[in-house]
Design a protein around this ligand. Structure first.
Ligand SMILES: Nc1nc2c(ncn2[C@@H]2O[C@H](COP(=O)(O)OP(=O)(O)O)[C@@H](O)[C@H]2O)c(=O)[nH]1
Ligand SMILES: [Mg+2]
Length: 340
């Protein structure tokens, strides 16, 4: 913004020079232009900006035009900021892209007309019950036998980097074939990055009731680390389950962000103190230290390390009472340096 009455100062020119390198769109606003006369003076002002606009903060002239210019520019460059980001993760050919497309083809309004493609992922936005959701279709995570262990780790890490902005992982598994150690490997990776997760068992159109039951039994066995993740049979062909995917993602995201209230924490603390498993321990404190995912700290008044199993037990009790469906939770154990 410059002063249209005094004209350009050396400082104005220096600032303009410095701003030349920034990426953001620049608009030159010439203020104090409240009469036709002064407008003539101001036409001499030029800094080579694509958009120059004359305004008067005093009588309000030109402000509407300025707003229009700003809004037009916001709409043309900014992607919506989603309230939930979810990505399809899984082996190649399990049906990730088919589900991605099936979800975007439903009659929910698309926020942007074309999918955004980058080298390793495709993402798009959709709106459901007033929320903007960003969906990401990743390339298949694949374990590469021909790579040395360190390289393999790096390549898996790169695939997982695509997940950095994501909060919910759709762990996508072909339900029509037995789960493999590769699915297990992917599940393990997801638990390591501590994302919320929903397990999608695909190609449900090819799998009868009995086969589904035995497939789920195998999953219990193969993926005990994801016992908290809801499972859903889906088919991009018949459409089965597709409309339940986003509600489950929302539930998982809510769990991932859940902060227990003070009274919920107080109740749980009282439960720990009177319970047979923990009641005899020198309990000092219980607190939720963070969300995304929910993380708790159980402190004992003793010098020696408590058995890890106590933390696991507390976590399972938290789940019984508060569910946290679709989100990992963490209970850390601490000891105070001073014994009671
Ligand atoms: N029968 C059946 N086939 C499917 C379904 N979803 C995907 N497919 C097929 O599985 C193959 C791989 O699908 P795609 O979505 O490309 O898998 P991606 O590699 O995980 O993205 C394709 O031949 C699809 O036609 C489904 O729900 N039912
Ligand atoms: Mg694909």
């Amino acid at each position: 913004m410059v002063d249209g009455q005094t004209g350009l100062t050396p400082e104005d020119r220096e600032l303009a020079r410095q701003l030349r390198s920034i990426k953001a769109h620049r608009i030159l606003v010439v203020n104090k232009i409240d009469s036709q006369n002064k407008r003539l003076v101001a036409t001499g002002i030029s800094l080579g900006y694509p958009d120059t606009i004359m305004v008067s903060a005093k009588n309000g002239s030109g402000l509407g035009d300025l707003l229009d210019l700003v809004v037009a520019h916001i709409e043309s460059t900014n992607e919506p900021s989603p309230s939930l980001r979810a990505a399809f993760i899984g082996q190649t050919n399990v049906g990730k892209s088919s589900l991605f497309n099936a979800l975007l083809k439903t009659d929910r309004s698309l926020v942007l007309p074309t999918p955004h493609t980058t080298r390793d992922r495709v993402h798009d936005f959709l709106e459901t019950s007033g929320l903007t959701i960003e969906l990401i279709d990743t390339a298949g995570l694949r374990r590469q036998h021909n790579l040395a262990p360190t390289l393999e780790k790096q390549s898996a890490k790169q695939s997982l980097n695509a997940l950095q902005r994501v909060e919910v992982a759709f762990i996508t598994i072909d339900g029509s074939v037995p789960p493999s150690w590769q699915d297990q490997h992917i599940a393990q990776q997801i638990t390591e990055v501590r994302l919320a997760a929903v397990i999608l068992l695909t190609k449900a159109d090819l799998v009868n009731k009995e086969e589904r039951l035995s497939a789920e039994k195998r999953l219990d066995h193969w993926m005990p680390m994801l016992s908290w993740a809801p499972r859903l049979w889906v088919s991009a062909v018949s459409g089965e389950g597709v409309n339940k995917i986003l509600p489950l993602a929302q539930a998982a995201s809510a769990s991932w962000h859940q902060q227990l209230t003070k009274s919920e924490l107080d109740n749980f603390w009282a439960f720990l103190k009177r319970n047979r498993t923990t009641g005899r321990l020198p309990l000092a404190d219980f607190a939720q230290t963070s969300i995304s995912p929910p993380t708790f700290k159980l402190t004992l008044k003793q010098k020696t390390n408590p058995p890890l199993a106590i933390g696991d037990w507390a976590a399972s009790q938290l789940r019984k009472k508060f569910s946290f469906l679709g989100s990992p939770i963490i209970v850390r154990m601490e000891t105070t340096r001073q014994a009671k």
